[in-house]
Write a protein that binds this ligand. Structure first.
Ligand code: DC
Length: 214
């Protein structure tokens, strides 16, 4: 059976957490597209390539092979899942994801990877760009305070106010860039998770999928 779900939303809205739970419950495969942009950012940082120089980033794209398999992200054959969550890589991912050729390469990989089967892709442009014909599109959101608190719980040594500022900057960059900005697809269902638990959000999406499968 082919069935695809697009989950988009800003940083910290819970996309990946929810996608993982729903996939496990319903036997879908999860593709975290943000991890792919993070892998490109990590590669550039490791090579000492200026992430603000689009031409230089374009020039290294052919040296990058990215695979997302069973919840792990592989960069040129190496599992980098544990290395892509730092603030430096978040910033680099946000920057390189604004470049046209980077997006073309990753969108192609994402579409190929989800061609046959049951997939949930989470990201920023899935509903209107990567999977415009997805069977279900959800746009997750939450207040800035709530999203910052969630990240803070994952990184307790960090400073809450700094996390909030970083999320604000990333929201601004992701939603105002020219190439495929963060945007809700016209036919996506908006779910504000501010006052919801992870279980409630997962249940809501599971019931939406079941409705559409009938
Ligand atoms: O979801 P995330 O925080 O791991 O994403 C990292 C960065 O990648 C984010 O700043 C925006 C970018 N991104 C994107 O532009 N398009 C996607 N489909 C997924 C992520």
């Amino acid at each position: 059976m082919n069935f695809t779900v697009a989950i988009d939303g800003p940083a910290g809205s819970g996309k990946s957490t929810i996608a993982k739970i729903v996939c496990k419950e319903l036997g879908f495969t999860h593709i975290d597209t943000g991890a792919m942009y993070r892998a490109v950012g990590l590669f550039a940082l490791n090579k000492g390539v200026d992430i603000c120089n689009e031409e230089k980033i374009n020039a290294i794209l052919d040296d990058i092979e990215i695979k997302y398999v069973e919840g792990k992200i592989y960069l040129n054959g190496k599992d980098v899942s544990g290395m892509i969550r730092t603030p430096e890589v978040s910033n680099a991912a946000s920057r390189v994801s604004s470049y046209k050729l980077v997006r073309e390469k990753l969108v192609y990989l994402q579409q190929k990877a989800s061609e046959n089967g049951m997939y949930i892709l989470d990201g920023r442009d899935i509903g209107y760009k990567v999977l415009p014909n997805a069977n279900l599109k959800v746009f997750l959101t939450a207040s800035i305070d709530c999203r910052a608190e969630r990240r803070f719980k994952e990184l307790p040594n960090a400073n809450l106010e700094e996390i909030k500022e970083q999320i604000k900057i990333r929201d601004y960059n992701d939603s105002t860039r020219k190439e495929s900005p963060l945007k809700q697809a016209d036919d996506a269902i908006l779910v504000d998770t501010t006052e919801m638990t992870i279980e409630q959000v997962s249940e809501k999406i599971i019931s939406l999928i079941k409705e559409r499968m009938c």
